[in-house]
Design a protein around this ligand. Structure first.
Ligand code: PEP
Length: 252
């Protein structure tokens, strides 16, 4: 049975003390929260806070992820952080291909593919983001866009390798805007993605792949979104910065 995952993407927010307070509050409240046993909570803080956050990770229902990784193994790449470094810190997950990285830092599908390779080589699970911008949705091109992102970013992998990948469908027009995809729009795209995976790797791999929804997911709309059969949880931005909101989403 595929995992339900609620992953918090803190982006470039919080000072060290604020981050420490948030993780503490989250852990305290998680202990008294009844989570479905198949639900995994992942927190993705900025790089400098990974170690502090991973001190709380218990390898069962609370895990830590990075927000980015280098596409290179090691060497003269000033400012970059490698998958080997993350592995040596026992980080479990890493977001790749977020629309902000694609839009502001030129992260192409080819770069996404190399980052995914680095992560898998070093035993991290990639959370690979895909999704269309508003103009593409208005032109009814969302399926072509997502198909290309998934094909070019991931379909060079073997079925074994692919089974470690988590996908996050994040319509760019819904990220940080307060506009959420309707449950039907989310389900339609998630089913489309699962079908692409089934065509490439077979039904078993497709059925075992967790596909998360991201884009203005909040306590008030999470239940409705997650009720869809192909929506296996969420990648949460803004609402992951408040422990109560994030946990309300995790219990949804
Ligand atoms: C995100 O950036 O991955 C995201 C989903 O952000 P938000 O929840 O704030 O829309």
């Amino acid at each position: 049975m595929r995992k339900h995952i609620v992953a918090g993407n803190w982006k470039m927010n919080k000072t060290f003390n604020e981050a420490d307070d948030l993780v503490n509050e989250l852990m305290e409240k998680l202990e008294s929260t009844e989570l479905d046993p198949n639900t995994l909570v992942v927190v993705c803080p900025p790089f400098p806070y990974l170690e502090m956050t991973s001190d709380y990770s218990d390898d069962s229902y609370f895990m830590v992820g990075a927000q980015n990784v280098s596409d290179q193994e090691s060497g003269a790449y000033t400012g970059e952080v490698s998958a080997a470094m993350l592995e040596s810190m026992e980080i479990d997950y890493c977001i790749v291909g977020h629309s902000e990285r694609r839009a502001y830092y030129g992260e192409t599908d080819e770069i996404v593919a190399r980052k995914v390779d680095q992560l898998l080589k070093h035993n991290l699970r990639p959370i690979v983001c895909c999704g269309e911008v508003l103009e593409e949705r208005e032109g009814n091109r969302q399926f072509d866009v997502v198909k290309k992102q998934i094909t070019d970013g991931l379909f060079h992998l073997s079925a074994d390798e692919f089974s470690n990948v988590v996908i996050a469908y994040e319509p760019v027009w819904a990220i940080g805007t307060g506009k959420t995809a309707t449950p039907d729009q989310a389900q339609e795209m998630h089913a489309f993605i699962r079908n692409l995976i089934a065509e490439k790797y077979g039904d078993e791999v497709a059925e075992n792949t967790s596909i998360l929804y991201g884009g203005s997911c909040k306590p008030g709309n999470a239940k409705e979104l997650f009720a869809n059969k192909d929506v296996d949880g969420g990648l949460i931005g803004g609402a992951s910065l408040k422990a109560d909101d994030f946990l309300a989403i995790a219990t949804a």
